[in-house]
Unconditional design. Sequence first.
Length: 88
Amino acid sequence: MSREFDAASVASTTRFLARGEQPLGSAVELESIEVPVAVLPGADPQHPAEIAALYARHLPHPTVIEQTAPDMLAQLAEFCSSLPWRKS
């Protein structure tokens, strides 16, 4: 992750979060995302698993990876390596 750290992306995300805006008006808007998405259900009050379930229901191509799975990092690595734009 540190090899691909992008300071400009972090700065952009920080500005977005500071504005307090939400990127979507409703979960239905997720249905238009036509790229693979990894969904990692949270396990704490700030990241409730119910939100991940909502996203997974509306995304056309979700890959749900449970954070409690013993092979969670392997699953995430497999997901990342399967992305079409990551093929070499």
